[in-house]
Each structure stands twice: as C-alpha cells, then as structure tokens.
Design a protein around this ligand. Structure first.
Ligand SMILES: Cc1ncc(COP(=O)(O)O)c(C=O)c1O
Length: 408
C-alpha cells in the first residue's frame, strides 16, 4: 500500500484438490445409471468408511450440513415450545435448524480466547424447556465437551454437536461429532472434506439412527429392506446422491495427509504470531487433542497497531497478497432472529411474556467484542508450504511497523 514489494504467498490455495480418482468415481456412477441413493453402492460405502474413520456405529449421509442438523433436530423431537442452547459465533445454518423446528434459540455467550461457546455459562441457561444443547466446534477446534456433556447428563438434555467445520477434530482422542447423542458434518465446497454439497449425521444410538434415516427420506428409511409405502412419521427428502458419495470416497483418501499439513502449518504460524504484540491466535482447550483447522482465527488488537483499524489491517494484508476476512457478525443480533421469533407463527406458540423474557436475555457482550476483533484465514492457506507461514508473519510485522503511515 505504501509502494514497496508485496510479501505474496507462494502456495496456490487451489481448492478443491482432485485427480483421476475423482474423475473415475464420477464416470463410474454416470455409467452405472445408478445416480440416486438406494440404487448404487457409493453412498453406502462412504457411510461405512466414514463411520469407521470416526469410530462410531452409524453414519447417515445427507444432502448437506443444514439437512444433517435438521434431521437431528427431528430425531430428537425438537419442536414448538422447546428451547435449544447454541453459540452466537457460528454460521447461520446452526440457528436456522432451530428456527425451522419453531423452537426458541437460546444464545450462550462466547469464550473470546477460544472462539467457542463459553461452556461455563451454559448451565445457567438450562430451563425445564431446554430440549437440546448444541455446541459448535468452531473452526475445527473443540468446544469444551467435558463441561457440556456433564451439564447434558445432569439435566438429561441431549448434546447435539455441530461438527460441520470439524472433520478429523478430536476431544480426548475421540473424534468430534461422535461424543454427543448425535453429531453433524458438512461436506460443502469450502469444507475440509468436500463434495460440493453434502453432509452426515453420526450416532452410536441405533434407534436415533433409524429416526434420522426415516426423516431424511420422506419417512421411508432406505435402511429397511423394503421401506414400502406406509409412514409412521413425517420426513423430507434430504438424501445424498451417488455422485457425491463417489466424490467423498475419493476425497477421503487425501484427508489425513491434508489434515496433517494444516496442523503443522497452523502450529507453526500460531508460534510466530504469539511473538507479535496485538495478535492473539485462538486458544484450544486442554481436551482438544486434534484441531481440524477449518479456519485459522486470531484476535487483532488495533491499539498495538497504532490504532490501525481491523478494516485497514485487512486491506493492508490483501495488498501484501495475504487473503483474510473479518469472519462472523453477532448472529444473535441479526434482524433475522427477531423477525422470526417475533413472527405471527411464534406468537401463536409463545406468550408475550415468554418472548419478552427471551428478548431481554438475548445479549452476548463477549461475542460482540469478538466479532469486532476476529480475523480469519481459510483452511486452504494452511495447505501451502511452511514458507508461506513465514511470509504471513512477515506481512503482519511489516504492517505493524508501518501502521502510522498506513493509517494516515
Ligand atoms: C458451523 C456450521 N454449521 C452448519 C453448516 C451448514 O452446512 P451446509 O452448508 O453443508 O448446509 C456450516 C457450513 O456451511 C457450518 O459452518
């Protein structure tokens, strides 16, 4: 921005990564003529492989992460009059799954250091109406599962993990998305495991699995030999196609190596960043034994950069050839939330007093601050060479050194 040479990253950040194995899988499905779930073997093979990789009994592939969440909500019988506890620092789909069931979203503030739901504040939000506790493993690191599972057990409330960003992440050696009653994944195009769109629900509970399986296929479980045309519950069509099953099987072959590259680069970059005043990489809880690194997140302190605003900092990073973003806005304050919760339908379910009490409690001040400080790099940045991490740190130090001139 001041006329000197840009730092520029060497890596291509090419995504998705594929080769002849993806092409072959797609052509195989095409030529088989078995394009939809139920007729071919690709989705079934993926479900079985993913379940064993995750160390869980059942995997149900779904059309996307949103439908995995919706399917789980239905299986857990979340409905009108219920409350669901969730973090405000997440993608909107986490919230939409709650609203689609006409339940009340109860936002629990963020822990700014970890960017995760502040598990210590969850118990105070539990009421007799709490139907589900839904942590999000934000960016692929773990929410504090010890605390959340203990609260769930104490109050007999199931924990539904939104692990959409956390493919391969772990808590005390167990895969994220397999610790609660149900866990949900997304294989949408930006995710670490990618089939353009796609998702999965994981569980060790057979009856929950069958409920999910029914719901995601119009109330006719594809896991029954002959689903017939009798219906015991309602459902939707949220099935994954055989093409996507084939893509996922091919992509799975690269997952471990890519995860390791991201981990090594992220650990190295976090080490470099900790030396820079005003840059605070997200911290992991001690129980997080593996971070999936869907995003690399840090908090930016403008005061340590001569008052250079976060927007100016991001602009300078872009000029250095380092793509970054400011991440989420406070979800609990989005007009969408009030528009739905104060809508005609909700007013039929909840009394004026209940909605007023909900509105008065809907404050997450730590999260408001976090949303103003956060900076993200995407997972593709972490797939570059280690020298790119050095270049990123060089760019940040350079911006700090010239902060006054950049501000002017
Ligand atoms: C935390 C979280 N939850 C849910 C979703 C929804 O997944 P999808 O986009 O596959 O529907 C996403 C991803 O987009 C996500 O990041």
């Amino acid at each position: 921005m001041l006329g000197g040479p840009a730092v520029k990253l060497e890596g291509t950040r090419k995504w998705p990564i594929y080769d002849g194995s993806e092409e072959q899988a797609l052509v195989d499905v095409l030529r088989s003529g078995k394009w939809g779930r139920g007729s071919g073997q690709m989705v079934l093979r993926f479900e079985s492989k993913y379940a064993s990789l995750m160390g869980v009994k059942h995997c149900l592939a779904t059309a996307n992460g949103t439908s995995a969440l919706l399917t789980s909500m239905a299986a857990l019988e979340v409905g009108p009059g219920d409350e669901v506890i969730l973090p405000p620092y997440t993608f909107v789909a986490t919230l939409n799954a709650v609203l689609e069931r006409h339940a009340l979203p109860v936002f629990v503030d963020s822990d700014r250091k970890s960017f995760q739901i502040d598990a210590k504040k969850v118990e105070a939000a539990v009421t007799p109406r709490t139907r589900v506790i839904m942590p999000v493993h934000m960016a692929g690191a773990a929410a504090d599962m010890d605390t959340l599972l203990a609260i769930g057990a104490k109050h007999k409330v199931p924990v539904l993990e939104d692990a959409c960003q956390a493919v391969m992440g772990e808590w005390r050696g167990k895969k994220l998305g397999t610790l609660g009653a149900l866990g949900c994944f997304s294989f949408q195009a930006s995710k670490n495991l990618n089939s353009g769109e796609g998702g999965a629900v994981m569980t060790n509970d057979e009856s929950l699995f069958y409920r999910c399986s029914h719901f995601h296929s119009n109330g006719r479980s594809p896991h029954k030999v002959d689903p017939g045309f009798t219906y015991t519950g309602h459902g939707l069509n949220l099935r994954l196609t055989e093409f996507q099953g084939g893509l996922l099987l091919a992509q799975l072959a690269r997952l471990e190596a890519q995860s390791r590259t991201r981990e090594q680069n992220a650990d190295y970059l976090a080490g470099l960043f900790r030396e820079i005043p005003g840059i605070a990489p997200s911290q992991q809880y001690e129980g997080c034994t593996r971070n999936a690194w869907h995003l690399f997140m840090f908090r930016y302190d403008a005061a340590k950069f001569g008052g250079l605003t976060r927007a100016q900092f991001l602009k300078a990073l872009a000029a250095e050839g380092v793509p970054a973003s400011s991440g989420y806005t406070p979800l609990n304050k989005e007009p969408l939330v009030k528009n739905v919760v104060l809508s005609r339908g909700y007013k039929k379910i909840y009394s004026e007093g209940e909605l007023k009490a909900w509105d008065e409690k809907n404050h997450c001040p730590e999260n408001d601050k976090l949303c103003q400080e956060a900076v993200w790099f995407t997972q593709t940045t972490l797939l570059g060479p280690r020298t790119d991490m050095d270049r990123i740190a060089t760019a940040v130090r350079k911006i700090q050194r010239f902060a006054k001139e950049l501000k002017a």
